[in-house]
Design a protein around this ligand. Structure first.
Ligand code: TRP
Length: 448
């Protein structure tokens, strides 16, 4: 007799629980964040379904290796990020030192704050001044054949560093990472490594000073590399990577141990063919700031395994055509300019999709002027128009209203078209044999 009320009560509670769970799932789909009682979603949150949820509710920017979203149309607040990540700003003094030590004018990415943050760059320069050399390490996760202009930023800059300091460079292609994170086969990921390597080589790296490697190949071929991976694995706990990367109990164990693989190239002993077994050649990593979590972990373990902490130079993100709130996505063809785009595609994309900081009508624009801080065409020019004076003039004219959005877009189109065409020309010259050469473990040419 007393069974029936309990049964109906249980059913009611079950139904209510199911409804709550469904609402939580809906909430996560719509905001990209886990539901937390009393913590409303921030206004401009971009939908995402991977990585850790933002753990505060004051509309802070979300930046980690899998998500980038800003709460303001001006994009990520990079000064705040420096404070949050505990890195240092690239200030005037450091710029001057880089110029003094390298004997070259600083690259426009440095002058314009595109590379804006660093860790231990002064130590690298101190050592270099005392004729102690260093090496460069950067990388790319080959998630598709299609690379866009934003992907070139770290490579263009790394090439400049290689030239002015005359030092060796290792480039990690994390095909293993993409296999673990994406719905791709191992064969596809490896093929993307080779295809992307061609675009990277087309940036002009010196084959005598550059080693490009696929994790899937090099991990098995290099006992010293794997030994460093294992050392890192032994000294980082699940709790630590959970804290740094937001992994959960349901992430596969491949993801959980992957950070050790991205850490290993930071140590010169991972490349005996290049450094002859030396453990103490300092490493400098140019990368976008979203990769910093990997290297915070690396710098944390390094002294505990008797190795040097790598130094870092961090870049801002390359904005999507739709605006600086997020970085470009290789999966949305209209969010970016691809390295394979034709002049016509470039023209159409910029005209149709580049977010404008101009006013709605010509009259208003002439009267009040445009806003270069949010105008994507202008932002792109800060990346690719090297002439400082021209850029300054464009800024003045756009802000005053003398230059219209259509005219600004035209300048960008005419800057991008030859740049992309030249890239395509250089890429065509890259043969399979050249890729093979870059990717063969071998001694590199440099003096220490
Ligand atoms: N994880 C990076 C990506 O997905 C690739 C990468 C590996 C990398 N090692 C790096 C990037 C070092 C910068 C520096 O693109």
């Amino acid at each position: 007799v007393w069974l029936s009320p309990r049964t109906s009560e249980t059913a009611e509670i079950d139904a209510a629980v199911q409804l709550l769970l469904k609402l939580k799932v809906d909430y996560k789909q719509m905001t990209g964040q886990d539901y937390k009682a009393g913590c409303p979603p921030s206004e401009n949150l971009i939908v995402s379904n991977n990585g850790p949820a933002a753990d505060d509710c004051d509309g802070e920017d979300l930046v980690d290796p899998w998500n980038v979203s800003a709460s303001s149309t001006k994009g990520v607040d990079y000064d705040k990020l420096i404070v949050r990540f505990g890195s240092s700003k690239i200030d005037k003094e450091l710029l001057e030192r880089i110029e003094k030590v390298s004997g070259q004018r600083a690259h426009h990415f440095l002058r314009r704050g595109i590379f804006f943050s660093h860790r231990d760059m002064h130590q690298i320069l101190d050592a270099y001044e005392k004729h102690k050399s260093f090496y460069l390490y950067t990388g790319r996760g080959p998630s598709s054949e299609a690379m866009h202009v934003g992907h070139l930023i770290p490579f263009i800059f790394t090439k400049w560093l290689q030239d002015v300091f005359d030092i060796p460079l290792v480039i990690q292609m994390t095909d293993d990472e993409k296999y673990l994170w994406k719905d791709l086969t191992l064969e596809e990921c490896h093929r993307f490594t080779v295809e992307n390597a061609k675009d990277i080589i087309a940036c002009g790296f010196d084959v005598n000073k550059t080693f490009i490697f696929s994790d899937l190949d090099y991990m098995g071929a290099s006992p010293q590399f794997y030994r460093n991976v294992v050392k890192v694995q032994k000294h980082v706990t699940f709790n630590q990577v959970k804290g740094i990367f937001g992994f959960t109990d349901s992430d596969c164990i491949g993801k959980i141990s992957f950070p050790a693989i991205q850490a290993a190239p930071s140590f010169s002993s991972s490349f005996p063919q290049i450094f002859g077994g030396k453990k103490d050649v300092p490493c400098l990593i140019p990368c976008a700031i979203d990769q910093d979590p990997y290297f915070r972990m690396t710098r944390d373990v390094a002294p505990r395994i008797g190795l040097l902490k790598p130094a870092l130079l961090h870049s801002t993100f390359f904005p999507a055509l739709q605006g600086a709130q997020t970085k470009m996505s290789a999966s949305d063809p209209n969010s970016s300019i691809f390295l394979t785009d034709t002049p016509k595609q470039i023209k159409n994309k910029v005209n149709k999709h580049a977010f404008s900081g101009g006013k709605d009508t010509v009259e208003e624009h002439r009267k009040y002027g445009g806003n270069t801080e949010v105008d994507v065409s202008f932002l792109y020019l800060t990346f690719f128009l090297e002439d400082d004076e021209k850029l300054e003039k464009i800024k003045e004219d756009y802000t005053s209203g003398a230059l219209l959005t259509g005219e600004l877009k035209k300048i960008l189109i005419e800057t991008l078209q030859p740049m992309i065409a030249q890239h395509q020309e250089r890429r065509k010259q890259v043969t399979d044999e050249m890729v093979q050469q870059f990717m063969t473990p071998r001694p590199l040419n440099f003096k220490f």
